[in-house]
Ligand binder design. Structure first.
Ligand SMILES: Nc1ncnc2c1ncn2[C@@H]1O[C@H](COP(=O)(O)OP(=O)(O)O)[C@@H](O)[C@H]1O
Ligand SMILES: [Mg+2]
Length: 273
């Protein structure tokens, strides 16, 4: 679905304030996969998100979406239809004062017939559980609700890949949970490929695969068992998920807790055993 080969990205190349954000990244994401991208501030995650749908082009190397090179202009329309990106701040992603118009913006730009547009708007709003707000205004909504509208706006384009760049960062725990529920359901039931950039390790632990970025390079990747690789996690400036930290402390205190613990449910099970 997505293939990056030796991607280097330099901001302001040639200028005095030149900055290498990615130093040679190769990675691929399969259709239907749920990947979490984690790493310290400045490790290159947002640069990757922008490369995924051709918002920026690699300085060196290539980015391919279903085999389509993002550097080839004639692919750009199809790439933007395939990869949808949701950013951090929902307020910057609202374009209309009525929710259904906001969600319709993407499909309208695809030039779809109006019956199809309203069908998609309905489906997208139902997918995020916001259908009752259809004719309301986004401005009075909570952060979690606004972010769900922003997700609906991207969904209405029916992308095969959804990239979320710290899209839950500004939300309270309830808002975060609302968004995570929507995303995991779309992944499991609609087989949408999900790439989630997050600094919440509890969210990352829900993914099939976790890619750890450090200084513009991939420092490691794997299932949630990578959280037992303390050296990797610490060298990347990350914190273990809360359940993993609690399990670690309890072990230090002499309690016998078996297995890799990353999710609260796993800790509960281990403690009950
Ligand atoms: N528009 C920009 N101009 C110059 N440097 C940038 C720009 N955007 C990001 N950078 C730099 O590139 C590096 C990677 O940034 P970014 O991809 O935003 O990291 P992350 O999302 O992991 O915090 C950082 O050192 C950052 O300062
Ligand atoms: Mg970022």
């Amino acid at each position: 679905m997505l293939q990056l080969s030796d991607v280097k990205y330099v901001y302001n190349a040639g200028a005095e304030d030149e900055k290498t954000a990615l130093g040679g990244v190769s990675l691929s994401v399969k259709e239907g996969e749920f990947v979490a991208l984690v790493g310290h501030n400045g490790s290159g995650k947002s640069t990757l998100a922008k490369l995924f749908n051709g918002l920026i082009l690699p300085t060196e190397g290539s980015v391919r979406v279903r085999g389509m090179d993002t550097a080839d202009k004639k692919n750009l329309f199809d790439i933007r239809k395939t990869v949808g990106v949701v950013f951090q701040n929902p307020d910057n992603q609202m374009v209309a004062s009525i929710i259904e118009d906001d969600v319709a913006f993407g499909p309208e730009n695809l030039g779809l017939p109006s019956a199809e547009i309203s069908e998609r708007v309905q489906w997208a709003l139902e997918s995020v559980g916001m259908q009752d707000h259809r004719r309301g205004t986004p401005f009075r909504l909570s952060g979690g609700q606004k972010q769900r509208i922003a997700i609906a706006g991207v969904l209405a384009i029916k992308p095969r890949v959804m990239v979320l760049d710290e899209s839950t960062a500004m939300l309270d725990p309830i808002g975060r949970e609302e968004v995570m529920k929507v995303i995991t359901r779309l992944n499991r039931e609609e087989h949408m490929t999900v790439i989630m950039i997050t600094h919440f390790m509890e969210e990352a632990a829900l993914a099939d695969r976790i890619i750890v970025m450090r200084n513009g390079l991939v420092a490691g990747e794997g299932g949630k068992e990578i959280f037992s690789n303390r050296e990797l996690i610490e060298s990347a400036g990350l914190e273990l998920p809360l359940a993993a930290r609690v399990a670690m402390r309890l072990r230090e205190k002499g309690l016998k807790i078996d297995g890799d613990i990353t999710l609260p449910e796993e800790l509960v099970d281990a403690l009950c055993r």
